[in-house]
Design a protein around this ligand. Structure first.
Ligand code: ADP
Length: 488
């Protein structure tokens, strides 16, 4: 049966063409899903605009909005097994990882619920005798939330929860490959008591459905996670409409090993930082800089660890890497590896797809380590979004920082050292939005997340994450019995 969409508070078939959701590990079909037509988009946005303006939502107290989010968190948590299974079927990530993402989505909803009760408006004037001023926060209106396929449930709740907590309505356009989890989320928000119309999930192609949503005049904010090219395109649309964006884009994050690093800890952390999610993460630590004094020793250990990683069926236990999202993406990853070889790189391990036996029908690629390239090589500059690590040697800190920053991206970085003074100095010099010291890919919901340079604009998460879905209004209240003085 073809899956229905959640349009303007109703479950019904979208009037666009039908697409298939497939399981990347063996290409079997998970479901057929209808997509949104231009009329569906119009209907969803018109209803969303009414829904956020309705007194029922506008005047709802923060703790009452929070109640819905707490319930969302409870439902997500109670259904963790089923939801992680669904997300694994959608994008081929190992169950252990998708389970973590589902639980983090529940934690996000809970954090936003608590945080939205703590937001204050301000009394800004302190000394004016004849008036006082207040600064209050208002919703922006209808928000377009556009998400990628790599960690859908986490990125979707990270947008829906603060946008709804801020009093807005949301049109969610998930990636075509991972629409099932978004539709399930709509059911969860509905069950938690979200009034009709405040959320629609419109499945379809980004360049058609996504484009039409963001260009709609009633859409007043774009919250996007995805590739830099698409993000730039959306920023142009937002500029024309004079609306705000939050753009969480690509990365080519440097990881740095100082001479005094704990080698075992660092090598394991670095392998996790690049090869978890099969490298399909914007924050993947994909460029590694090792100090020359420990280069050989460190690399030997890293290669050993990497060779021990288990690539396998994502539904099996103890699998480190599942399937890539699809064959087209696998070909793109492999093209980068071939290019690296042409540019003089040496593949120390990996560098090929797994194509036989249980891997025959999926898109599995071995974790790959490449050396012998300079930071200017294409493979060191462009985002591969796969299990490919390029390794470089450095001698002094100044040169290291120059190379680490020599990238159009600036999303994240890792530093491995026992010296917190050095770690602090280097972390302040790196042009990135997040630095991990002696750890990698850890997230706190209360820490803002976003990129420098081509890695994006705006920050998600934290208490300010809710305010990013609101706009400030200043209200002046006259206190004087006298008429306004004519000009002062
Ligand atoms: P990725 O490389 O991670 O797939 P994309 O930027 O292509 O990154 O896609 C991220 C999300 O953006 C997906 O939901 C996709 O459908 C959507 N998207 C792609 N192109 C557009 C567009 N022109 N307008 C709006 N959304 C788009």
């Amino acid at each position: 049966m073809v899956k229905e969409l959640y349009i303007a508070g109703e479950w019904r078939l979208g009037r666009g063409h039908v697409i298939q959701s497939t399981f990347p590990a063996d290409n079997s079909i998970n479901a057929e899903i209808s997509t949104a037509s231009a009329e569906d988009i119009e209907e969803a946005i018109a209803k969303a605009d009414q829904a956020w303006r309705a007194p029922e939502w506008r005047n709802r107290m923060p703790h009452e909005r929070a109640k819905i989010l707490y319930k969302v968190a409870d439902i997500i948590e109670a259904r963790v097994d089923e939801l992680s299974q669904l997300q694994t079927r959608d994008n081929g990530k190992p169950l252990a990882e998708t389970r973590g993402l589902v639980l983090s989505a529940a934690a996000t909803a809970r954090y936003v619920a608590a945080a939205c009760e703590t937001l204050n408006d301000e009394l800004t004037s302190q000394r004016a005798p004849d008036f006082m001023t207040l600064s209050v926060h208002e919703p922006v209106g209808v928000v377009a939330a556009i998400t990628p396929w790599n960690s859908p449930i986490a990125s979707e709740v990270q947008k829906l929860a603060p946008a709804l907590a801020g009093g807005n309505a949301v049109i969610l356009k998930p990636a075509e490959a991972t629409s099932l989890i978004a539709l399930e989320l709509a059911k969860i928000f509905e069950e938690a008591g979200l009034p009709k119309g405040l959320l629609s999930v419109l499945v379809g192609k980004g360049s058609v459905v996504g484009d039409a949503i963001v260009k709609h005049p009633l859409v007043r904010k774009i919250s996007f996670t995805g590739g830099t090219t698409t993000g730039r395109h959306l920023a142009h649309i937002a500029a024309d409409k004079l609306i705000t964006t939050s753009l969480e884009l690509g990365g080519k994050s440097p990881t740095i090993v100082l001479p005094d690093a704990d080698i075992e800890l660092a090598a394991k952390g670095i392998a996790y930082g690049i090869f978890s999610s099969a490298g399909q993460a914007c924050i993947a630590g994909s460029r590694l800089f090792i100090h020359s004094s420990i280069y050989d020793q460190f690399l030997t250990r890293l290669v050993e660890i990497t060779k021990g990683l288990r690539v396998g069926h994502p539904e099996q236990k103890d699998v480190h890497m599942g399937s890539l999202i699809n064959q087209a993406h696998l070909q793109s990853v492999d093209r980068y590896v071939q290019l690296a070889k042409q540019e003089g790189g040496e593949v120390l391990t990996g560098g090929e797809a797994l194509t036989t036996g249980e891997f025959a029908k999926g898109s599995f690629y071995l974790p790959t380590i490449i050396t012998g390239l300079k930071n200017q090589a294409k493979v060191c500059q462009e985002e591969i979004f796969g299990p490919v690590l390029v390794v470089m040697k450095y001698d002094n800190e100044q040169d290291l920082i120059q190379q680490a920053n020599d990238s159009c991206f600036g999303l994240a970085a890792g530093i491995w050292t026992e010296s917190y003074r050095k770690a602090w100095r280097i972390s302040r010099a790196l042009e990135v939005g997040t630095v991990w010291i002696n750890t990698y890919k850890k997230f706190s919901i209360s820490a803002p997340f976003g990129g420098f340079k081509d890695s994006g604009i705006g920050r998600e998460k934290g208490r300010l994450g809710i305010l990013s879905y609101m706009q400030q209004k200043s209200i002046y209240m006259g206190l004087s019995d006298q008429p306004n003085a004519w000009c002062d």
